[in-house]
Write a protein that binds this ligand. Structure first.
Ligand SMILES: [Zn+2]
Length: 470
């Protein structure tokens, strides 16, 4: 009989040769766990007041300016230590801290997206049907349509007027505000609906938001409920029905992010994807002082719809920003890109025991096991993905290990189960070494996504390690 604690030869060899993933709670001490929980209080506050890409950009600029960041001035020569930002159409944001090394040594990039799935109002949204007023919507991003009825919704966005002014709208976030909703069918009368395939259960065209039921005074005529709603909007915001054409109004879940679990170890909320990486990428940059390599955080729009358009990652806005920095030092952007490194900061699926069969358990991220490093996303035979090189993976895992970042690997589901993508490939296309790293999420793309506090904190540590690398 062997003595207690004495390892058998096979156990000792296993310990030396095998990799056994560990729960972060088994690795971190109480003080580190408390730091993670404290960090997440800031995260919750931030995302509760920044539910859309526009609100995120606005809040990020406010915080950045408090930390000494200034708008990029192309007429001013940049120097190490300069803290700059570029607001791209109020929907995406680039921030940089200029490093001490030559710009042609490359830059460190943390790139996250700040748009999330939601219901967008159509250009002609307001209508009345049987004395009820609705906003007609088109959903944005990949949603399970059946998850959106019977959820309190808030309306966020802007209405741009012909005179050049913009009206900001946010209704449903204060307790005294009304909220909105998409209605669902009662179970008693759902026998036909329940037979349908889940993708047809609720049709996209039926995701209409209930906004009113009270007619305009006791007048006679048609569309009096709609008239009353338009009257309220006009009195409050000075807008006319025609102004919806030049508006971006989005319906998002009306509740704030909350702790989940009796142990408060998780956070539930709308739009963790991808603000749970965007916030750590932002805070890591704001804390970066005098880096060796120029540190850049990208907060992009339109990832959920393919990164298209002039605020998405396929646009030249990012390339132009790096070109502006390169030009300031008398260099070309292409010479900067070829030596740059990027962590594409996006979420990945967290293992869910209830839906265990869609993932490969040995290649899937788990809650509380740290940030997830994803060599490739895409689907089936690695289609539509940037597959990070072995050499770059080695650089990143050394960076993580050297900086005490708890990390794990993860794939986006089983080979034939489906798949998805991130902004990684668009940055890699610029000749930049890029790999995905982010927070594992439960119930991704639902109105109430769940993340682990320790994983969020580790994302912050990971981006700090990248942006502050020597
Ligand atoms: Zn997403």
């Amino acid at each position: 009989m062997s003595k207690q604690n004495e390892k058998s030869p096979s156990e000792a060899l296993k310990k030396r040769l095998f990799h056994t993933p560990k729960d972060a709670y088994a690795t971190l001490d109480e003080a580190q766990i408390q730091s993670a929980f404290d960090y997440c209080e800031g995260y919750k506050d931030f995302i509760n007041s920044a539910k859309t890409e526009r609100e995120f950009v606005k809040a990020a600029i406010k915080t950045a300016e408090e930390k000494g960041f200034k708008p990029l001035d192309r007429d001013k020569k940049l120097k190490p230590g300069d803290r700059i930002y570029l607001n791209n159409r109020n929907k995406s944001l680039l921030l940089a801290v200029i490093g001490t090394r030559p710009i042609t040594d490359g830059v460190s990039i943390a790139a996250a997206h700040i748009d999330s799935p939601r219901l967008d109002l159509k250009p002609n949204p307001l209508y009345e049907d049987n004395n009820l007023a609705y906003f007609d919507t088109r959903y944005y991003g990949g949603i399970k349509k059946y998850q959106w009825p019977a959820v309190p919704l808030a309306l966020h966005g802007v209405v741009a007027l012909k005179d050049g002014s913009t009206v900001e709208i946010c209704i449903g976030e204060n307790e005294s505000d009304p909220v909105f909703c998409v209605t669902d069918l009662l179970p008693h009368l759902s026998s036909e609906q329940m037979k349908k395939n889940a993708s047809e259960f609720i049709r996209g065209e039926d995701l209409n938001i209930l906004v009113g039921s009270r007619p305009f005074k006791d007048d006679k005529g048609s569309e009096l409920v709609k008239l009353n709603i338009m009257k309220i909007l006009h009195e409050r915001y000075g807008i006319l029905e025609r102004d919806f054409v030049s508006a971006e109004l989005l319906a998002v879940p009306a509740y704030p992010a909350r702790d989940v679990g009796l142990d408060c170890s998780m956070i539930g909320g709308y739009g963790h994807d991808d603000r749970v990486c965007a916030y750590p990428a932002l805070t890591a940059l704001l804390e970066t002082q005098n880096p060796a390599y120029t540190a850049v955080t990208v907060l992009a729009d339109k990832e959920e719809v393919g990164s298209e358009g002039n605020t998405g990652m396929q646009s030249a806005f990012f390339e132009n920003f790096i070109a502006d920095i390169a030009t300031s030092f008398g260099n070309y952007a292409r010479h900067v890109f070829q030596n740059s490194v990027c962590l594409s900061a996006d979420v990945n699926v967290a293992f869910d025991p209830i839906y265990a069969d869609v993932v490969d358990i040995r290649n899937c991220a788990k809650l509380n096991h740290g940030v997830v490093l994803t060599k490739y996303t895409g689907s089936r035979g690695k289609s539509d993905t940037s597959d990070a090189s072995a050499e770059f993976m080695a650089i990143i895992r050394r960076l993580m290990d050297d900086n005490g970042v708890l990390w794990q690997i993860g794939e986006l589901g089983k080979v034939d189960a489906g798949g998805g993508g991130t902004v990684a490939k668009y940055i890699a296309d610029l000749d930049v070494d890029t790999v995905d790293l982010g927070v594992p999420v439960l119930s991704m793309h639902s109105p109430f996504e769940v993340v682990s506090k320790l994983d969020v904190y580790m994302a912050h540590r990971a981006f700090s390690a990248l942006l502050g690398r020597e």
